[in-house]
Design a binder for this molecule. Sequence first.
Ligand code: C2E
Ligand code: CA
Ligand code: CA
Ligand code: CA
Length: 276
Amino acid sequence: VKSKNKNGYRFYTPEFDKETIWLAEVEEKMRNGLPRKEFVLYFQPIIDCSNQTITYFEALCRWHSDDQPNIMPDTFIPIAEQAGLIGSLTTQLLHQACSFIKELDESDIRISFNISATHLQSPDFLAEIKAVFDKENVTPSCFIFEITETVLMQNWKRNVSLLNNLKLMGIEIAIDDFGTGYSSLGYLKQFPVDILKIDREFIRELHHDAKNRIFVGAIVSMASALSLRIVAEGVENKEQASILAEMNCFLQQGYYYAKPLPILKVLRHIGTHSVN
Ligand code: C2E
Ligand code: CA
Ligand code: CA
Ligand code: CA
């Protein structure tokens, strides 16, 4: 786009400037939205389909903003990371997750909480999350932390010791989006991992694609040989659910069972503690 300003100068506005301006606007809105508590956690159950019970919930962030069309976390989390806001966002969300745990009270259901790559690398990470647990007086063993595998491979010496620290606090570790990165299970053995979450990319075509069935089947048997629990993400229909169950993959998450729901809806829903 070429245009003239009032002094008659021509200047050039390439497409990437629009993108830069948009990013700066979103960043600004995030900065303002944080103290206004515009970021809220929704919760999606992970179902044990061998007995149709909720084993735990994954916490997923939503941005409720007045002047912002629906932006999803895939877009705003990277912006928060880049803007240096991920620490304060995560801390705020961890407070919310602790409140939810207190609402759940007796039920000893755990919360699986997403940890961003950038935040994990921050030297303040452990201190920040410990401060939240102390303040809320919630035991960290109510939590599972979901971390993507690519993160672990960078800087892995530090990460092994970091994860060991989390484990000592009682936090379980889940590898998120498993199968999309480059790690081998052998590599993964170095880390104190409890759960593998198979990325929904491999679940989507499960009922149409034999290769995906072989891949998922292999992950499930290796995981069980290593005593890891396995969760299938993005289960959207009955066919996928039964194929997974036949493979002994009973922990499942997806729209077939429930979408991520706001706290009040979840609490209403689990009055009975069962699904369907
Ligand atoms: P993720 O951790 O892999 O989360 C799973 C995503 O799949 C969620 O998208 C969830 O809503 C969606 N999903 C669940 N079941 C189904 C299904 O059956 N079909 C399909 N198509 N999708 C399903 P969402 O909530 O938009 O989050 C996207 C990503 O943003 C997450 O991927 C995670 O990487 C990140 N994220 C979300 N909330 C947080 C958060 O609080 N902190 C951090 N650090 N990252 C977050
Ligand atoms: Ca996740
Ligand atoms: Ca995932
Ligand atoms: Ca993902």
